[in-house]
Design a protein around this ligand. Structure first.
Ligand code: ADE
Length: 248
């Protein structure tokens, strides 16, 4: 039976996934807790990604080499960059780029040396399946969250966006930096700290990857306030619901 990894960025998100796994048991490798078990009958390993590109790359390599996963689904939060990519919206990554990769003038800006490319693709079939799951999750979300949370965060009509997710070892928390990223990479929908690292490792091992990110902040001067509030009150409800929808 094929084994699938569910990667969460946050403890609350992982908890909502573990709540769907009746038989999970913990294995610690390289200081990380991997939860091995089943989710709706499917062989699953659930883990926290770790924060930043290096931690994420190690986690991805362990999932593939040590735990033998054949597919990886990543769920987490991100800062919105694109026009109309608002808090509570969902971004499905179709491709990835490391915005802090810069070996110029030896290589073009953002190109990963040795790969002849700056952008890595998400797996189309797995991402299509995740798209259906996101659609289903977004339809039931208002009931799941309750009227009070919906009103507090303005989550009346969360939208699904698909396209470029950019990653770097920086929490983007100023309007100036967010605007600079938007100018440099106008098609970037959202910014995180891990997605593109997973994409590079999955490319190395030819393992299909799909990444979904809920927008927790706009990567601007208010990000440091919006981000923790969103994590506390909303984020985990999205990831549990989308993973449940993916498996049913
Ligand atoms: N993840 C969530 N918000 C983020 C931000 N503003 N920058 C980088 N990663 C994030």
């Amino acid at each position: 039976m094929s084994r699938i990894a569910i990667v969460a960025a946050l403890h609350d998100e992982l908890a909502s996934v573990l709540a769907l796994m009746p038989d999970e048991h913990r294995q610690t490798v390289a200081g990380r807790a991997f939860w091995v078990g089943h989710l709706h009958g499917q062989d699953v390993v659930a883990v926290l990604s770790g924060i930043g590109k290096v931690a994420a790359a190690t986690t991805a390599a362990l999932l593939i080499q040590h735990f033998g996963v054949q597919r990886i689904v990543f769920t987490g939060v991100a800062g919105g960059l694109g026009d109309g990519v608002n808090v509570g919206d969902v971004v499905l990554a179709r491709c990835f780029l490391q915005h802090d990769m810069d070996a110029s003038p030896l290589f073009p800006r953002h190109e990963v040396p040795g790969y002849d490319r700056a952008r890595f693709e998400a797996d189309a079939a797995l991402t299509d399946a995740l798209e259906l799951a996101c659609d289903r999750m977004l339809h039931t979300l208002p009931q799941r969250l309750g009227a009070e949370t919906v009103a507090a965060f303005g989550l009346h009509t969360p939208r699904l966006h698909q396209g470029l997710l950019i990653s770097g070892d920086r929490f983007v928390a100023t309007t100036a930096e967010s605007q600079a990223l938007q100018r440099e990479l106008p098609d970037a929908l959202a910014v995180d700290m891990e997605g593109a690292a997973f994409a590079q490792v999955c490319h190395d091992f030819a393992v299909p990857l799909a990444v979904v990110r809920t927008i927790s902040d706009r990567a601007d001067d208010a990000a440091h306030v919006d981000f923790p509030r969103f994590l506390r009150e909303v984020a985990s409800r999205y990831s549990g619901a989308v993973i449940e929808a993916l498996f049913t």
